[in-house]
Design a protein around this ligand. Structure first.
Ligand code: HEC
Length: 131
């Protein structure tokens, strides 16, 4: 009886392991409409704390003041006032959303994550403040 229980338990554990190891654990896939809210805090977006770090790590290789003339189509995204210009023209959101009519950004790279895009969108919706 004891051996049977152990065997049954082992089989059950094996089955549970197999079943859960194939579980598609991608938040954006499982919760497409709310993953941005779940995955990152977008309640109060700050240019300095949230937006600029994304731009710095994903965009300034081509869009810094020095790189832009040769690599970034002369579009400078370094510093608040430059980013503010692209944001208010609609080009910033259009390009990172891969919307029709805009050049998809980052050029030649992976689309920004849902969380990164939501952060930038919320910043723009919240009046693109320099905070
Ligand atoms: C590998 C270089 C490169 C990277 C990285 C890159 N860009 Fe660009 N970007 C360009 C070039 C070149 C252009 C000029 C238009 C074109 O060639 O498509 C451009 C154009 C743009 C435009 C104008 C789009 C339009 O439709 O007028 C915006 C806005 C922009 N980039 C934002 C970004 C943002 C935001 C990031 C980071 C998430 C980024 N770019 C990353 C090279 C880059």
């Amino acid at each position: 009886m004891r051996i049977l229980n152990t065997a049954t338990l082992s089989i059950l554990c094996g089955l549970i392991f197999v079943a859960t190891s194939c579980y598609y654990d991608n938040e954006e896939y499982l919760y497409p409409s709310i993953s941005g809210i779940r995955a990152c805090d977008t309640a109060s977006i700050s240019y300095a704390l949230h937006v600029n770090p994304i731009i710095t790590s994903k965009c300034l290789t081509c869009h810094s003041t020095t790189a832009a003339p040769s690599s970034g189509g002369s579009i400078v995204l370094e510093g608040y006032s430059n980013l503010h210009k692209s944001a208010t023209s609609g080009k910033l959101l259009g390009s990172i959303s891969h919307a029709p009519g805009f050049s998809a950004m980052p050029k030649g790279g992976n689309k920004l994550s849902y969380c990164e895009r939501t952060t930038i969108r919320r910043w723009i919706e919240g009046d693109t403040l320099n905070s």
